[in-house]
Design a protein around this ligand. Structure first.
Ligand code: PEP
Ligand code: MN
Length: 334
């Protein structure tokens, strides 16, 4: 349920109202927008007398929210959330490109890609150190050493770093990671989500291979329920009967998520298509669909990459993609 307050309500009146809700066993979520303050009520609202509430002089309107996701719901928070990652803002009109290798492989590889993508306009560096591989015999990532190499690249380039966590026991290693990624395979690892909810670290939550948009929102709700509101959602393609591409990019997830949630939504065209020559067109399409950013895999030597070489673009290709995306964004301005 949400209660929209009239303008001019004093902080004391607002506090009294919230105390009253809390005395009914409800928790309150206050969102102060440009025009309205919205009080979201979470818990069993069946005892709340809507007519009584509507009759209060400080209340403009009251609405029941039927969706099971509350804190991530756009109805709870009318302004878009802007996630700030070390000064790099995503959402609410702020568009960013995260780029880098699928996996951190060596110091030289990580540093040279970081420098290249920065020069082309990327504002964050990605790199996997813990890799969720289908085969246990494939390269699993450099683990702690990989995170150290990313930190070194950050020190050299100033780019905030993004890396995937697979197990909550590794959280202490992620202290210097600026945006913690929850990969598609862990989208419904609820214990992991709950623990990340107890931190203040920005989280990049990727949609599961076979999960619905609503399930993605429920997973984000797990993080937000713990008090962490710094969440970016990522559409990275879903499994369909189509096998020509690695996954099927569900671009309609972008406008759908924007009408359901205030959280920023980015697109990963690399995992979505699995084919490096499609990354340019899918990046432009995602920007045109209103995505708040992109995450693109870039490798200096894709043919010899230890993971996902087929979908990795070269730094030169990335440069061209970044320029084309900038043109699309320019064309979209009113
Ligand atoms: C990744 O970003 O490296 C990754 C493993 O992605 P996903 O979880 O979307 O498959
Ligand atoms: Mn990858």
């Amino acid at each position: 349920m949400i209660a929209v307050l009239k303008s001019g309500v004093t902080p004391e009146q607002q506090e009294n109202l919230c105390n009253w809700f809390e005395s009914m066993g409800l928790s309150v979520n206050i969102s102060t927008g440009d025009y309205h303050t919205i009080i979201g009520l979470i818990g069993d609202t069946s005892k709340v007398d809507i007519e009584l509430l509507e009759g209060l002089s400080i209340i403009e309107s009251v609405k029941r929210i039927s969706e099971p996701y509350k804190k991530v719901n756009l109805k709870f928070h009318e302004d878009p959330t802007v996630v700030d990652i070390e000064g790099v803002k995503v959402g609410g009109g702020n568009f960013q490109i995260i780029a880098g290798p699928c996996s951190v492989e060596s110091e030289q590889q990580c540093l040279s890609i970081a420098e290249n993508v920065k020069a082309s306009g990327a504002s964050m560096l990605r790199g996997g150190a813990f890799k969720p591989r289908t085969s246990p015999y494939d390269f699993q990532g450099l683990h702690a050493q990989g995170l150290e190499l990313l930190a070194e690249a950050k020190a050299k380039t100033g780019l905030p770093i993004v890396s995937e966590i697979m197990n909550i026991r590794d959280l202490p290693l992620f202290e210097n990671v600026d945006l913690i990624q929850v990969g598609a395979r862990n989208m419904q690892n609820f214990d992991l989500l709950r623990e990340l909810g107890n931190t203040k670290k920005p989280v990049l939550l990727k949609r599961g291979l076979a999960n619905t948009i609503k399930e993605l929102l429920m997973s984000a709700e797990y993080i937000m329920a713990g008090g962490n509101e710094n969440i970016i959602l990522c559409e990275r393609g879903i499994r369909t009967f189509e096998s020509y591409t690695r996954n099927t990019l569900d671009l309609s997830a972008v406008p759908a998520l924007h009408e359901l949630t205030h959280l920023p939504v980015i697109v990963d065209p690399s995992h979505a298509s699995g084919i490096s020559r499609f990354v340019e067109s899918m990046s432009m399409a995602a920007a045109a669909a209103g995505a708040d950013g992109l995450m693109i895999e870039v490798h200096n030597d894709p043919e010899h990459a230890l993971c996902d070489g087929a979908q990795s673009v070269t730094p030169a290709q990335f440069d061209k993609i970044a320029k084309k995306v900038a043109k699309i964004r320019e064309a979209m301005k009113d």
